[in-house]
Design a protein around this ligand. Structure first.
Ligand code: FAD
Length: 392
């Protein structure tokens, strides 16, 4: 007897409420309508119609959906996680657009912005009428952003930003950038700035020739004498706690999202294994193929249990950064392994853009690196276990 859902043998779904299943089904329908018919072509051409897509996703309440007020949907962390999984089942680039908008740019303004920042930006960002980006990484400072060189200096009542940021998702299509800069000890060290991207001195250049996340806009930001009014600084936080708490928020979405890429790949591989005949039998009838499918399916179910557990904890009491690190470390590593294994089940067809599997695997190479590399999360977990920071 076949289980009802071959990808959910242990029935993780039974742990969801009817409302949560309904949210998931709605997001799936949105992705099937707006993303699935086009995403392979966007990926191949390395072009994303980010503006149109953001407006459509905004209309469906998917931008900043876990935030309260200011036009945001105020959904639970579990709802948000389920949405990330469905988005990333279509493409990690689409989930990245939504993560950066909601969990990085909007969250920073929501958590640390002034009332005026929130009222100006959050409603239009929730509606997808304004796109946000989050500038932390620099050409010479990735895993170690605390050593950043971008500076904010006071000039009378104004702030002036100088520096550059690299690998910034949504960067060249953004209307507003949350930029992190060193303001000096007397002003609290690292501070966040709300920068309208039409401010003189702000330039964004799209990064091309990416072999991963091709259905996502990535840019370099150049900040040359970007003059901002005094109130452009995020008043609610000083130091690295600002960017790091935004990253914890976004990493939580990735804990779920990457499983979408894995689920999609496993689904394709399982179906193919039942249809593809070699040596007179479906390849799914060979033990080596079944071993691959069994491992992929088991890891996917374990990943979903972990994501759901973290989501329930987040909704109940909040999460510590090392708890999110366990989720990102495990689920992204396993999701990538699932996509790569699924690719082998498909043989030569696995390298074709006609199927989504190699696209998912290539995308997860970025997901493994951004929002803290797998090595950084290993060290976070190592420090939690031993009390010894091994970062430097
Ligand atoms: P490095 O920090 O130079 O690391 C290189 C290698 O060395 C890695 O394997 C790393 O784990 C390892 N390493 C470094 N230090 C140690 C150590 N102490 N011990 C062991 N190993 C170590 N950033 C943003 O600010 N905003 C964005 O929107 C954004 N979007 C991105 C989108 C994409 C597609 C990509 C690829 C990146 C994006 N990033 C963004 C940047 C991303 O967060 C950084 O790439 C990441 O933090 C790693 O920095 P790095 O690439 O400079 O690598």
């Amino acid at each position: 007897r076949r289980p009802a859902d071959p990808l959910d043998i242990v029935d993780v779904d039974s742990l969801l409420t009817d409302e949560e299943r309904a949210v998931r089904a709605t997001v799936r329908r949105v992705c099937d309508d707006l993303v699935e018919p086009h995403v392979a072509q966007w990926y191949e051409q390395g072009e994303l119609p980010a503006r149109e897509l953001a407006a459509q996703l905004g209309r469906h309440g998917l931008l900043g959906m876990h935030l309260e007020g200011y036009g945001c949907a105020g959904m639970s962390s579990v709802d948000y996680g389920l949405a990330c999984l469905e988005l990333e089942a279509s493409d990690s680039g689409i989930r990245s657009l939504v993560s950066v908008q909601g969990s990085l740019a909007m969250y920073a303004i929501h958590a640390f912005g002034s009332e005026a920042h929130k009222e100006e930006w959050l409603p239009q960002m929730a509606a997808g009428e304004a796109i946000g980006c989050f500038g932390l990484t620099e050409p010479d400072h990735g895993s170690d952003p605390a050593s950043m060189r971008t500076r904010a200096r006071r000039d009378g009542a104004d702030w002036v930003l100088e520096g550059s940021k690299l690998w910034i998702t949504n960067g060249s299509v953004a209307d507003v950038a949350v930029v992190w800069a060193d303001a000096g000890e007397e002003h609290g060290g690292i501070r966040g700035f709300v920068v309208p991207t039409d401010t003189p001195g702000f330039e964004a250049h799209e990064i091309t020739h990416k072999m991963s996340l091709r259905a996502s806009v990535t840019a370099e930001l150049a900040l040359s004498g970007v003059r901002l009014p005094g109130e452009a600084v995020l008043p609610g936080v000083t130091g690295m706690r600002g960017p790091l708490s935004c990253l914890t928020e976004a990493r939580y979405g990735i804990v779920w999202g990457c499983l979408g890429a894995a689920r999609s790949s496993l689904e394709v591989a399982r179906r193919y294994s039942c249809e593809r005949v070699q040596f007179g039998r479906p390849i799914g009838a060979f033990q080596l193929t079944q071993a691959k499918l069994a491992r992929m399916s088991t890891e996917l179910q374990l990943g979903r249990l972990l994501a759901l557990h973290l989501g329930r904890r987040k909704d109940a009491v909040g999460l510590r950064p090392e708890q999110v690190s366990v989720g990102k470390y495990n689920n992204v590593t396993k999701a990538l392994e699932i996509c790569r294994t699924a690719r082998t089940v498909l043989g030569a067809s696995g390298i074709s853009g006609e199927l989504p599997v190699m696209r998912h695997a290539n995308n997860l190479e970025s997901v493994l690196t951004y929002e803290g590399t797998v090595e950084m999360h290993t060290l976070v977990i190592g420090q939690a276990l031993t009390g010894e920071p091994a970062f430097r």
